[in-house]
Design a protein around this ligand. Structure first.
Ligand SMILES: Nc1ncnc2c1ncn2[C@@H]1O[C@H](COP(=O)(O)OP(=O)(O)OP(=O)(O)O)[C@@H](O)[C@H]1O
Ligand SMILES: [Mg+2]
Length: 267
């Protein structure tokens, strides 16, 4: 079943150029994408191609100019409670403890204190941070803060999870641990995930499909199905099959790159 259908989505902004003149900037144009229920789909593309813009639109934080977006076969509504977003650069509430950060969305949903506590503790345990439930964000490392941000969106239990480069700011080792952790959580309850990353390896390891965007204005250029077995483990990351897919993706991107010089940023 299809969870999200984006058809011919257009989005532009007006910006001032270096001469101070107002200019129309086409960010998304002819943007088509289907995301299936329970799917893990990664969106990859050069910086500035419109990935975050599309995520913000899906999250109901921004509008689009024309085209159509359906979520669960209904026209996208702003401020739906059924989507959760992990922002590019973690955005925790500094005045709330770790557990209270997780409970913010649950409060908005009107859950009782006991219920909120049960859910928040369950997800803190999942990301290995239960012992830090009464800490404040500034008392944690960057990697721990990012795990809180991920636990917070999971605790909210949205039908659609939007993750904007959630691991970009982490060191390589923490990143690899969290990739496998996220997969374990996803494999347990198969939420639909739209995941933005600049790492081809990360996209291949995590995804059912990887969608590649072209820049200026952004649209989907290619979609590749990743037919590696699940669960995806460290062994799979180091397997010959993984290396084979990586080679295929690299040569595909190189061809695109030669065809269209603006399609940079990957290789
Ligand atoms: N509110 C806004 N007003 C004007 N321009 C904007 C606005 N939001 C985004 N843009 C422009 O739209 C383009 C796409 O931005 P977006 O953040 O979607 O890129 P991105 O693909 O997420 O890039 P990155 O990989 O660097 O995060 C950029 O040129 C950006 O400057
Ligand atoms: Mg972005």
């Amino acid at each position: 079943m299809v969870k999200v259908q984006a058809r011919q989505v257009e989005r532009h902004f007006f910006v001032r150029n270096s001469l101070g003149k107002k200019e129309r900037l086409g960010v998304l144009s002819g943007f088509d994408l289907d995301i299936y229920e329970g799917e893990f789909l990664s969106l990859v593309g050069p910086s500035g191609c419109g990935k975050t813009t599309f995520l913000n639109i899906l999250a109901g934080l921004d509008d689009y100019d024309s085209g159509e977006i359906l979520v669960d076969h209904k026209r996208l509504e702003k401020h739906s409670f059924d989507r959760g977003m992990v922002f590019q650069g973690y955005a925790l509430f500094p005045w709330r403890t770790v557990r209270k950060n997780l409970e913010a969305g649950l409060e908005i949903r009107g859950l009782s204190p006991a219920e909120r506590r049960r859910i928040s503790r369950r997800y803190l345990e999942l990301v290995g941070l239960l012992a830090f439930e009464n800490h404040y964000p500034h008392q944690l490392s960057g990697g721990m803060r990012q795990r809180v941000a991920i636990a917070r969106v999971l605790a909210y239990e949205p039908g659609l999870l939007l993750m904007d480069e959630p691991f970009a700011a982490l060191d390589a080792q923490t990143r690899e641990v969290l990739q496998i952790e996220l997969l374990k959580i996803w494999e347990a309850d198969k939420k639909t995930i739209l995941f933005i990353t600049h790492s081809i390896d990360e996209a291949i390891l995590l995804s059912d499909r990887v969608a590649f965007m072209s820049s200026a204005p952004g649209r989907i250029q290619d979609i590749i199905t990743i037919d590696l077995p699940r669960p995806r483990t460290e062994e799979i990351r180091n397997s010959a099959e993984f290396a084979g897919i990586r080679r295929r993706v690299s040569s595909l991107l190189r061809n695109d790159f030669l065809k269209n010089m603006s399609f940079g940023g990957y290789l």
